[in-house]
Ligand binder design. Structure first.
Ligand code: XLS
Ligand code: CA
Ligand code: CA
Length: 449
């Protein structure tokens, strides 16, 4: 029996343990850049990148889209007659996949792990039956939970939102799920708990009290935070911004919006951001802009690693494959101090016509290689100091006593204006921003891989 599956059946029999073979390998089922134990600076690649697999895309989504039904063969579902049996098979398949791929973490929604029951109590029972099994598999494989979350958007009861629903009863039902999902996360020693604002937003302001809904959302998050802390959750709570889809407008629009919200409602100590590349794009931002914004405010937490499509205006959730993007992202992440409780969660799905047995592996291998390469490139950029030295020098005029006074809040507008009088027109020290030089330099780092 293979070391990499612990259930009764092997679900990926044609794939063994994925190994590092180096950039010259022509084996599609091998890593070209991701060499888990290789040290980059003080940490191994594995510890820098903290890869996680998203349970929902890889084991639940079946290729259904608005125009067509399931395309992906998922024997762990079709094998079973009862929903709970299917959940057990799915868990076995998932842990076989995690171990063969060699990722350290996974992430799930409550309903990914276990089906909803006839009552909230039965749903919780189902979840805990699966949590107990997951705990055993975590122990057997060493794979850990990066974060847990609750699905508060799929069921029709959440069509008008969860915490922001106009019906108090629905808000209370959302609480049954969040309470149980936090318990599950604690039980599985999850390092984080995520809130993505599924349908927390609105479709029309004609029927929406925006202020009330935002207040309710904050209330709900405060209760969840207090519950988690009271029951021993020491990890990080995350908010994952997204500007739209499924709602026309979502309250957690982007990083800056979420930071403002957290500060306004006093949630800034416990919550950090989980930034998704595709959501950044939907908000009209570069991924690195969102990372840098979070880091600058001390809110950087975790990443949902994927990509969108520059010409599609929706959440395509594709696997990341641009080394340009991953290098920029890792440059921001390393300068933010790297991950602590967070990691790189592949919130990405294979295309619905990727129906071969190994496609799920190939997708993850590509994403892991892209981030490993990004890490190596970013590490060189930092070590070389050319870019950081340039940026530092660009602001050197603020190192004068007057500049220091200004930045330290020790100057009035009158005083600043008097300095301006002295500087006079034509002597303000115009210097080139050197964008083209820096972009060329970046390409050199990229090719120097
Ligand atoms: C959907 C979100 C979702 C969260 C978890 O767009 O990305 O999958 O990451 O609820
Ligand atoms: Ca996500
Ligand atoms: Ca997404």
């Amino acid at each position: 029996m293979s070391d990499y599956y612990v259930g009764k059946k092997e679900y990926f029999p044609k794939v063994g343990k994925i190994k590092y073979e180096g950039p010259k390998s022509d084996n599609p089922l091998a890593f070209k850049y991701y060499d888990p134990e290789k040290k980059i600076g003080k940490k191994t690649m594995k510890d820098h990148l903290r890869f996680a697999v998203a349970y929902w895309h890889s084991f639940c989504a079946d290729g259904t889209d608005p125009f067509g039904s399931a395309t992906l063969a998922q024997p762990w579902k079709t094998d079973a007659k009862k929903p709970m049996d299917a959940a057990v098979h799915k868990l076995d398949a998932a842990f076989e996949f995690f171990s063969k791929l060699g990722v350290g973490y996974y992430c799930f929604h409550d309903r990914d792990l276990a089906p909803e029951g006839a009552t909230p109590a039965e749903s919780e029972k189902n979840l805990f039956t699966m949590v107990r099994k997951a705990k055993k598999l975590q122990k057997a494989t060493g794979v850990k939970l990066l974060w847990g979350t609750a699905n508060l958007f799929s069921h029709p009861r959440f069509m008008n939102g969860a915490a922001t629903n106009p019906e108090f009863g629905v808000v209370a039902l959302a609480a049954t799920q969040v309470k149980a999902a936090i318990d599950a996360t604690i039980e599985l020693r999850g390092q984080g708990y995520t809130f993505w604002g599924g349908r927390e937003g609105y479709m029309s302001l004609m029927n929406t009290d925006l202020k009330k809904e935002k207040d309710h959302l904050a209330r709900f998050l405060i209760m969840a935070r207090d519950y988690g802390r009271k029951h021993g959750f020491k990890g990080t709570f995350y908010i994952e911004p997204k500007p739209m889809e499924p709602a026309k407008h979502q309250y957690d629009f982007d990083t800056e919006t979420v930071i403002g919200f957290l500060r306004h409602y006093g949630l800034d100590r416990d919550f950090r951001l989980n930034i998704e590349a595709n959501h950044a794009e939907l908000a009209g931002h570069d991924f690195i802009h969102e990372l840098e914004t979070a880091a600058a405010a001390g809110f950087f937490g975790s990443v949902d690693a994927n990509r969108g499509d520059a010409r599609n205006g929706w959440d395509t959730d594709q696997f990341p494959n641009s080394y340009y993007e991953t290098a920029l992202a890792m440059y921001a992440i390393l300068r933010a101090g790297g991950f602590t409780t967070g990691g790189l969660n592949f919130d990405a799905k294979i295309r619905r016509n990727s129906i071969d047995h190994a496609d799920l592996f190939l997708a993850h291998i590509g994403g892991m290689d892209a981030f490993a390469a990004g890490l190596v490139i970013a590490d060189k950029m930092i070590a070389d100091r050319k870019i950081s030295a340039f940026v530092k020098k660009r602001y050197i005029s603020f190192n004068t006593p007057e500049g220091v006074k200004f930045a330290g809040g020790k100057m009035t507008l009158e005083q600043l204006s008097a300095i301006g009088e002295k500087v006079g027109y034509g002597k303000a020290g115009l210097k080139s921003g050197k964008q083209e030089y820096l972009e060329n330099l970046f390409n050199q780092y990229l090719l120097g891989l």
